[in-house]
Ligand binder design. Sequence first.
Ligand code: AMP
Length: 354
Amino acid sequence: MIPPGSTIGILGGGQLGRMLGQAAAQLGYHVHVYAPEGNPSAADAARAVTRAEYEDQRALAAFAESVDIVTFEFENVPCATLEKLAASVPVYPPAAALGVTQDRLAEKAFVRKLGGCTAPYAQVDSREDLSFALTSLGAPAILKTRRFGYDGKGQARLASPADIDAAWAAIGQQSAILEGMVEFDAEFSILLARGQDGAERCWAAPHNVHKDGILDSSTVPAPGPIHDQAPVAADLAGNIADALDYVGVLACEFFATANGPVFNEMAPRVHNSGHWTIEGAVTSQFENHIRAICGLPLGQTALAASKVTMHNLIGEDAGRWKDILSEPGAHLHLYGKGEARPGRKMGHVTRLYR
Ligand code: AMP
């Protein structure tokens, strides 16, 4: 067990690290953030900050010396970085889990092996592969880079074979997968916390609405179809976590379809669709992540209101902070980022309904 008073190292400096830092501080931990960027959002919730690249061996060695445990808030941290740190300090979630989720192809194959249903897909390593895959899967379809995609980036839609060249160019001619379009009624996610002892807790599955490939809102309880499909999806998420010997919060995204839940992707970390848990659940995803990695008992995940909504504040939306503050029952979170660029997540607002 890593007791309160210890120092938690967080790789990545974004808003997820910031909210993990806030939860860690509440439980009496100190936080050391390691991130390559200047002025990381997470720095406001940390006692120490190292600014260095993830491949900087000297900086990593010094970081490992200064912390009692390491976690990450960013899934594109190189696996080799986690493995190096794990040689001298506990690292959770395990590097192997990160490895599976960093590659869409490996991730989908892994989930299918566990009996999960995914979109039909094909590996694409060349323009010829893409043409062949589109013939076999049929249009429309989505081309996604195998690695480093997030928030709809690294993706291109193909309405017909005429889009092949543009799509292949749009993703930078990298290793990719082509996915058949899933006809879904709604999107939802399963957020699960798994402790070092294998204990698991799930929150209510939020109904997630995306705009331009970016999460716009999450609502719990979710409407009927999601409510009905969530238990099957939660079972799969539990099997995934067990198979990975996972420790921490795991987020799995699903499509609710006429044939049941279809797995889309997962993230080995706290997730935007779980931000509502800060005020909307007995224990937040951030607190349970800290509890899990430190070997503390997990907190209850029950809803704290009859309905909870979370809306992201993207780009200029964050300028509405004054209005939001004057709304009764609205909880405003701003991430302390500088420029409100279009598509940039600047904050979120959670509303509780009694
Ligand atoms: P992703 O980055 O894979 O989560 O994709 C971003 C969004 O694109 C998803 O939340 C869906 O709204 C949509 N999307 C992704 N893959 C598919 C698919 N195979 N079929 C239909 N919609 C998809």
